[in-house]
Design a protein around this ligand. Structure first.
Ligand SMILES: Nc1ncnc2c1ncn2[C@@H]1O[C@H](COP(=O)(O)OP(=O)(O)OP(=O)(O)O)[C@@H](O)[C@H]1O
Ligand SMILES: [Mg+2]
Length: 145
């Protein structure tokens, strides 16, 4: 482990921006490409919005937990909620599956996270919440002086 931070914030959709910007600021000193930084931001947005929308059903008294660890060659992101949980994780991971078609969700968030990362582990206990553990390669690129 080289560096690490944790953030706890209320389940308010506006805090998606807080989480995205925190991760962006944290990773910027490693000089990731613009494209890679955008991929990290997308991963955070999808994971955090799921916690707020599905896990907590917009109950803004609840807390979302984000943890980011930078290792030698990759980054681990954990996104945790203590909401309703997922009954069938395999079903939830399927492209286009959404439990909320009424909200015009596309059912693509978890699929997008999976496609932009190197691994996505989902643990869920119904009634206890969801923890996503995402790993994504990021090689530090030092600026030549
Ligand atoms: N943190 C969570 N808590 C409870 N259920 C979740 C959570 N994250 C995902 N799910 C379940 O998994 C389903 C699929 O999630 P996914 O992000 O792929 O699609 P979506 O959120 O429904 O749509 P989109 O992300 O495209 O707007 C959700 O509809 C929901 O039923
Ligand atoms: Mg989603």
């Amino acid at each position: 482990m080289i560096n690490e931070f944790e953030l706890k914030f209320k389940a308010v959709l506006a805090n998606e921006l807080l989480a995205r910007n925190a991760v962006m600021s944290f990773l910027s000193p490693l000089n990731p490409s613009y494209e890679t930084l955008c991929e990290f931001k997308t991963i955070i947005s999808e994971g955090v919005s799921n916690a707020i929308i599905h896990g907590y059903k917009f109950d803004n008294s609840k807390d979302v937990y984000l943890k980011v660890i930078v290792y030698e060659n990759d980054v681990e992101i954990s996104i945790r909620d203590f909401g309703v949980g997922i009954d069938d994780v395999n079903e939830a991971r399927m492209p286009h599956y959404t439990s909320r078609p009424d909200l015009e969700r596309a059912g693509m968030g978890l699929t997008i996270i999976e496609s932009l990362s190197d691994s996505l582990h989902i643990s869920s206990i119904p009634g206890t919440g969801v923890k996503l553990i995402i790993r994504k390669k990021l090689l530090p690129q030092y600026i030549n002086e």
